[in-house]
Design a protein around this ligand. Structure first.
Ligand code: FBP
Ligand code: MG
Ligand code: MG
Length: 341
């Protein structure tokens, strides 16, 4: 593979007419912000970034110092470039307009600044997830409504994983590309082009401690995987759960697998744990672009018309044949509640 940097890759994409100058700048700015977050994560206890910030976000979750810092880094980096109309973040109650003193652009940026917060203090991979939408035509001051577009409208999505190496994975709607941070040079060379998720897998990722709260189709699916060679699937399955969605999805993009955070009855008010706009949509776009599938167990994630910025959804994504199987279990009437009563 030709070794080009993220900057060169984006220039090529612009020359070929896939993106305009503003979208190129937007991705460059997000990548620079991710580099800064990566440096902060890498300092760990020496950088004073571990621990709680002593505040809560709109969803009632305790914010870590790194959640707050990452949010600030992304806001500050993107505010003045002229490429955005507004931003929205998992860590902010409402959309953040671009201040009047700065020029405005046509894009909306949505992000989960620090994904995997529970792993920050224990030195396990965390990341950043982002999604780019167009500001609806004629909207001068974008409010929440401007952001409520189905995932099919995303013009770009990506994530960074701050792990043993820092990687940036990106789709512009024409395949999935991975760039790896060269810490000496400070740039992101392209390391994987047109990534593909194998259609079949023997590896699943789920938080098993919630099993008693699952719906019957979910329990049937996981029971069958756990039965391994002795069950209807006729082969053994392996389990992995990092508890940072970025890291779990990155493993699946690299070697296949299925990631599930289903609807559960622990808190009937919540239809799932993961956020549609900040987590499910960008990851679903990436996974579909790599030949995988992404559903809520009942419908395609990217087809959902969002009702709220901070909406939660169940997530099933990864190797196509497994996602289709577990989705079919949810859609088969015989497998509903009474099948497990
Ligand atoms: O604590 P659990 O149930 O294992 O949940 C882990 C999931 O929660 C998340 O951490 C939520 O993300 P945030 O850290 O951005 O809140 C996902 O990354 C991960 O898949
Ligand atoms: Mg998250
Ligand atoms: Mg987060």
């Amino acid at each position: 593979m030709k070794s080009i940097s993220l900057t060169q890759f984006l220039i090529e994409q612009q020359r070929e007419g896939r993106i305009n100058a503003d979208l190129r700048l937007l991705i460059e700015v997000v990548a620079r912000a991710c580099k800064r977050i990566s440096i902060a994560v890498g300092k760990g206890a020496l950088g004073g970034v571990l621990g709680s910030a002593g505040t809560e976000n709109v969803q009632g979750e305790t914010q870590k110092k790194l959640d707050v810092l990452s949010n600030e880094i992304l806001l500050e980096a993107n505010a003045w470039g002229g490429h955005l109309a507004a931003l929205a973040s998992e860590e902010m109650d409402d959309p953040h307009p671009i201040p009047d003193r700065y020029p405005k652009g046509e894009y909306l940026l949505v992000f989960d600044p620090l994904d995997g917060s529970s792993n920050i203090d224990v030195n396990i991979s965390v990341g950043t997830i982002f999604s780019v939408l167009r500001c609806p035509e004629g909207v001068k001051e974008p409010d929440e409504k401007a952001f409520l577009q189905p995932g099919t409208q995303q013009v770009a999505a990506g994530y960074a994983v701050y792990g043993s190496s820092t990687v940036l994975v990106l789709t512009l709607g024409d395949g999935v590309y991975q760039f790896t941070l060269d810490r000496e040079q400070g740039n992101f060379p392209l390391t994987h082009a047109k990534m593909r998720i194998p259609e079949d897998t023997s590896e699943f990722a789920i938080n098993m401690s919630n099993m008693r709260h699952w719906e019957p189709p979910m329990r049937r699916y996981i029971d069958e995987l756990l039965a391994g060679k002795t069950g209807p699937r006729g082969r053994d399955f392996n389990m992995r759960w990092v508890a940072s969605m970025v890291a779990d999805v990155h493993r699946i993009l690299t070697r296949g697998g299925i990631f599930i955070y289903p609807r559960d009855l622990k808190d009937p008010g919540k239809p799932g744990k993961l956020r549609l706009m900040y987590e499910a949509n960008p990851m679903a776009f990436i996974v579909e672009q790599a030949g995988g599938a992404a559903t809520t167990g009942r419908e395609r994630i990217l087809a959902i018309a969002p009702a709220q910025l901070h909406q939660r959804v169940p997530v099933f994504l990864g190797s196509k044949n497994e996602v289709e199987r577990v989705t079919a279990y949810h859609l088969t009437p015989a497998d509903r509640a009474d099948a497990y009563a």
